[in-house]
Design a protein around this ligand. Structure first.
Ligand SMILES: Cc1ncc(COP(=O)(O)O)c(C=O)c1O
Length: 470
């Protein structure tokens, strides 16, 4: 799988690293400014890397998103896409706040139920789900997004055996998605609506969903509009219960200032990376915020007339939204201990910092891309108390401690404000959405990193911490 042996070029000349500081939630700033000793103790006791997860920030994100939908005048059921982070604490927050969870496997469903989320608030997505997942979903009254007519027939059979009705969304390809491997074609959708009518004792058609990559609000609004039309069409065919339009996840997260992001893209080139890597594709780190995206989607003009939200309101349509990344914005960060520094500044113009851990704990690196927000250096030696010299940039990339040449956490040369030393700590900010654990691996028999759940409360006392999942 990952054991490739690429031959890397040496960059021709040293270049000054471009600074791309990560935006920071005040709670994150407070932890890094006032509670370094606690963070150091946790890293020491629980091992490197350590993921710090912040459910209070998740809860704030839920409230902000709910306000965005309310502001647009629509009703939306928010389901947290659990795949974006495996920590239990977020599911518990979801349960406490009365939002739902989107799951795509039986273990994720069990995790959501165990976290206290009732089945009727759980959505099941993912292609061609197996019968065991269907059976659990039917037992617990979950909303199942069905991907094919074959899957729909299997679900109907499972519901018949359980003597319960399955609540169904039909996942449909949009007009521009003929090549997608997900969802029903127009002909299959028509057939699936027919199956729902034939098997009305076993299936109740609740609405339509779609899968869309990317972050275009126009494309998402256009797709949502198509799903409204499918609901209206299904109602004409007798499915009076078709009232839900699931707009999926894909709400964007802003990691860095948009102005800096634009400047970064304008000057970016292979010489800025270890081994002159030439990445072609990055997450839009300086893009729109999730709440603005919701407003743009809902205000989008459809059918050359009024807004999507107005059309939904006129037709008794309720939205479902399944954000993963957006609800985890700023809700966690990852600490690494520096294990060694290979100072190649004289030869190559930069150093290679190796951390205890690997890039399997920073998933972006395994999508042929780089996680671009600058990691922060927390020095730990005696010189830590002194201010860094103004002109003392220490250019370095960051590598993992495995035997893979490709195990690099940051290919881009970072301009650290002072020399990095063995024993220092690096902080990768805003890693809760997918970065922490989507691609984690026990490679080299390494234990999977722990997650420490931190709550700051009103800030008057020390933060409260516990291990996630206990
Ligand atoms: C069906 C479904 N719902 C929700 C999501 C979550 O997307 P995001 O984390 O971008 O919000 C995904 C992402 O893959 C998905 O496939």
């Amino acid at each position: 799988m990952l054991i490739s042996r690429p031959v890397f070029e040496r960059p021709a000349a040293a270049v000054r690293p471009f600074a791309l500081p990560a935006l920071r939630h005040p709670a994150v700033s407070a932890l890094l400014a006032d509670h370094r000793a606690l963070l150091a103790e946790l890293l020491d006791g629980l091992g490197s890397p350590l993921h710090v997860v912040l459910p209070e920030v998740f809860e704030e994100n839920v409230a902000r998103l709910r306000r965005a939908f309310a502001g647009a005048g629509v009703t939306a059921d928010v389901l947290f896409a659990k795949k974006a982070n495996k920590a239990d604490c977020y599911v518990r927050s979801a349960a406490a706040l009365g939002i739902g969870v989107d799951v795509a496997s039986a273990p994720e469903l069990v995790g959501a139920l165990a976290g206290g989320v009732p089945g009727h608030r759980i959505g099941i997505s993912g292609p061609e789900k197996d019968d065991a997942l269907h059976a659990l979903a039917v037992q617990h009254g979950c909303l199942v997004a069905v991907d094919s007519v074959g899957e729909l027939r299997r679900l109907a059979a499972t519901a018949r055996t359980a003597r319960r009705q399955a609540r169904v969304l039909l996942r449909t390809r949009t007009a521009g998605q003929s090549a997608s491997r997900f969802g029903l074609s127009a002909a299959e959708r028509a057939a699936a609506v027919g199956v729902c009518a034939e098997r009305a004792d076993d299936l109740v058609l609740r609405g339509f969903s779609f899968h869309l990559g990317g972050y275009s609000t126009t494309q998402r609004a256009t797709a949502a509009n198509e799903m409204i039309e499918h609901c209206l069409d299904a109602r004409r065919r007798g499915a009076s219960s078709a009232e839900l339009v699931d707009i999926g996840g894909g709400l964007p997260v802003r990691y860095v200032e948009p102005r800096l992001w634009g400047a970064f893209l304008a000057q970016n080139r292979p010489a800025h990376y270890h081994a002159a890597r030439n990445f072609q594709d990055f997450y839009p780190y300086g893009g729109q915020t999730a709440d603005r995206a919701v407003t743009a989607i809902m205000e989008h003009r459809v059918d050359g007339a009024g807004s999507l939200s107005a059309k939904a309101g006129r037709n008794g349509i309720r939205f479902v939204v399944e954000p993963g990344r957006a609800l985890l914005d700023q809700a966690g960060f990852t600490l690494f201990r520096v294990q060694q520094v290979d100072d190649r500044r004289d030869a190559d113009g930069y150093a290679i910092v190796t951390v205890a851990g690997s890039s399997f704990s920073l998933s972006e690196q395994w999508f042929n891309s780089d996680y671009l927000p600058d990691p922060l250096l927390l020095p730990t030696g005696p010189e830590a108390a002194a201010a860094p010299a103004a002109d003392a940039l220490f250019p370095a990339c960051v590598a993992g401690a495995t035997c893979l040449e490709s195990d690099v956490l940051t290919w881009r040369k970072i301009g650290f404000p002072r020399p990095v030393r063995r024993g220092d700590h690096l902080v990768y900010l805003n890693t809760a959405g997918y970065q922490m654990d989507s691609n984690e691996s026990p490679f080299h028999d390494a234990p999977l990193p722990r997650k420490a759940v931190l709550r700051l409360g009103d800030g008057s006392g020390p933060p409260h911490w516990r291990l996630d999942g206990v």
